[in-house]
Design a protein around this ligand. Structure first.
Ligand SMILES: Cc1ncc(COP(=O)(O)O)c(C=O)c1O
Length: 351
């Protein structure tokens, strides 16, 4: 069982991201009793247990524990590609958009951006057409990066597999940014290993919906993970008695995976109830996991975030041009919180 912290422990209903969750009492106990060692020497049994657990969960040979999703993706890119290589990613995917161009800055690896379709998938023909010919004018295309979930949507498995197949036929490796892969697993009632069987490497975040304070795990073949240990070290990511953090990850995998279904129900409920308010538009079919994208068409939208804040709700301001805003449901959001949020929106937009 998981124990959600009550709203009063924090005093705020924070809908900015699922990264804002705080470790539960049970998770803190797991930290306190974790066996630890120096992980750079390979001596931390709890880190090793987490790495083996995730490798097994995702059907890969091995895994490495890293500090963040960004470090996990960058470690993967540095391990798949060298200087002068390029990778293909999607416009709006996290790696090419929100990771400070780390692959280019630190790895000399350049990005190619393809526009994903509505579901978040890349077109196999676009991928094939983007792979550079073997010609010294061009970078060497080495890697395809996919993302699941994308903007809270579960990318259709057949489309992921079709993209991976074309990549492989063109000699590319395939990496999946599965920061919220377990949300996709729970939403589609699938097995995690089957969902990423086509991938050479997978990054899984523990500090998003799973509720750990820190950490991601990068998995792949034994040989790939051996290279990834080196890349992680190069990035300054070798951690010492990291078992206290890995214990949170193990705790999250034991206690916080099945409960993601509750977040998905709460997100759908919130979306349905907000959609009934005049001045809010929501594509409810896009609310497949824990994220809600809404458009606030009301002219009152510019004061909305301040108004919500007065009611103890933290949410981003709607985009001034489009009115779009994102809200994310997680384990620190209760059903009662959903009522408060709906009431607060309604008070502002209906007044
Ligand atoms: C899809 C995706 N990948 C990677 C990351 C990076 O994770 P971190 O914030 O732990 O670096 C995020 C962060 O929100 C994300 O949404």
């Amino acid at each position: 069982m998981y124990e959600a912290m009550t709203r009063s422990a924090q005093g705020l209903i924070d809908l900015r991201s699922d990264t804002v969750t705080r470790p539960t009492a049970g998770m803190r106990e797991a930290m306190a009793s974790a066996q630890v060692g120096d992980d750079v020497y390979g001596d931390d049994p709890t880190v090793r247990a987490l790495e083996e657990r995730v490798a097994d969960l995702l059907g890969k040979e091995d895994a490495v524990f890293v500090a963040s999703g960004t470090q996990s993706n960058l470690t993967a890119l540095l391990s798949h590609c060298g200087r002068g290589d390029e990778y293909i990613g999607g416009v709006g995917y996290h790696i090419p958009t929100y990771e400070a161009a780390g692959a280019a800055v630190l790895g000399g690896i350049s990005p190619r951006h393809l526009k994903p379709d509505e579901s978040g998938a890349l077109d196999p023909d676009d991928i094939a057409a983007t792979v550079a010919p073997d010609d010294p004018h061009f970078a060497i295309t080495k890697l395809l990066c996919l993302e699941n979930t994308f903007n809270g949507k579960v990318v259709p498995q057949a489309k992921l597999e079709a993209a991976a197949q074309v990549a492989r036929a063109n000699g590319l490796s395939v990496h999946v940014d599965g920061a919220r892969l377990m949300n996709a697993v729970i939403a589609s009632n699938a097995k995690a290993d089957a969902m990423v069987a086509f991938a050479d490497s997978v990054s899984l975040c523990l500090s998003k919906g799973l509720g750990a304070p820190v950490g991601s795990v990068l998995s792949g073949s034994r040989d790939f993970i051996r290279r990834a240990y080196r890349s992680r070290k190069l990035l300054g990511g070798g951690m010492r008695q990291a078992g206290v953090l890995a214990a949170c990850g193990l705790y999250a995998l034991d206690h916080h995976v099945d409960r993601l279904a509750e977040d998905h129900i709460k997100a759908r409920t919130l979306a349905q109830r907000l959609a009934a308010i005049d001045g809010i538009e929501i594509d409810e079919s896009a609310v497949q996991t824990n994220m809600i994208w809404l458009t606030v068409s009301s002219p009152r939208r510019m004061g909305l975030a301040d108004h919500l804040r007065k009611d103890g709700i933290v949410a981003p301001s709607p985009d001034p041009r489009t009115g779009q805003m994102r809200m994310v449901v997680h384990l620190d959001i209760s059903r009662e919180d959903i009522d408060i949020v709906v009431q607060s929106f309604s008070n502002w937009l209906d007044s």
